[in-house]
Design a protein around this ligand. Structure first.
Ligand code: NJP
Length: 244
């Protein structure tokens, strides 16, 4: 039986590219808030002979993430890989005090990842196999002015991934944990920045380094899944060759 893979944030960027890359060899459940985009990606995958379903999900709501896991289990009977990819990056300087954006980043990037782990882990522990893949960022290793809260959420994702890895290893749960740390990727995430000056700054940086295609990150995800089961590809950093 083909492995069942749940992907959050599958309506664009890295999530969508991953869905399309994995579609041939896996059974997919795609999640995000934009139903129209999920629907068209699922149709495209089915036309090419792949198997995919979608469930509209806001990852900042634990009940919706639990419902996503239930949907995957009801549809396919198991969850083999859960990819916590949904994320937002409304960067802004601290002095601007964009409290709503701080809350939203914490809710989506940190709580959304925790809720995904919470929803997927019990079934994986029971069947003694599975894989959790968290999409962090190279900003899980460094911080710059304007990127403070986003970095904080990605440092948290890194800590959560490493801590989870240690726990499931100690319990011999046979569950692999992978954290992926991309540099600048050519996706729509820049549109979550509300501050005009900040958005221009990030656009300039993106152009200067030559953002990598989201398919590059999808390939890293595929490699992590396809590594033999006794080995976890735990931490993957990938960047444009021009990103210093
Ligand atoms: O961004 P984008 P990426 N509930 O905007 C979804 C990380 N990353 O592919 O809900 C559920 O194209 C949203 O869907 P929708 C980044 O931090 C990126 O670049 O319909 N889903 C969409 O499908 C993030 O963790 C770069 O609006 C929610 C998806 O998330 C991951 O890569 C660099 C949601 C975002 O797609 C994917 O981002 C880096 C919610 N509440 C790390 N809110 C980069 N692009 O440069 C949003 O280091 N989504």
């Amino acid at each position: 039986m083909k492995k069942v893979v749940v992907i959050t944030g599958a309506s664009s960027g890295i999530g969508e590219a991953s869905a399309k890359m994995l579609a041939k060899d896996y059974q997919l459940v795609l999640a995000a808030r934009s139903e129209d985009k999920l629907q068209s990606t699922v149709e495209e995958i089915k036309k090419l002979g792949g198997e995919a379903q979608y469930k509209v999900t806001d990852v900042s709501q634990n009940d919706q993430v639990e419902a996503l896991a239930k949907f995957a289990l009801d549809t396919y009977g198991q969850i083999d890989v859960w990819i916590n990819n949904a994320g937002i990056m409304p960067q802004a300087w601290m002095k601007e005090k964009k409290v709503k954006e701080w809350d939203a980043m914490i809710d989506v990037n940190i709580k959304g990842t925790l809720y995904g782990i919470g929803a997927a882990l019990p079934g994986m522990r029971e069947k003694k196999s599975g894989q959790i893949i968290n999409i962090a960022s190279d900003l899980a290793f460094s911080v710059h002015p304007g990127g403070v809260v986003y970095s904080a959420t990605k440092y948290a994702t890194r800590a959560i991934s490493e801590g989870l890895r240690q726990e499931v290893a100690a319990d011999r749960d046979n569950i692999r944990v992978t954290a992926i740390y991309p540099g600048v990727v050519d996706t729509n995430i820049i549109n979550t920045i509300s501050d005009v000056a900040m958005k221009q700054q990030v656009e300039k940086f993106k152009e200067a380094v030559g953002a990598i295609a989201p398919e590059r990150v999808a390939l890293a995800i595929k490699n992590a899944i396809e590594m033999p089961e006794d080995t976890g590809l735990n931490d993957i950093v990938l960047r444009s060759i021009n990103q210093a």
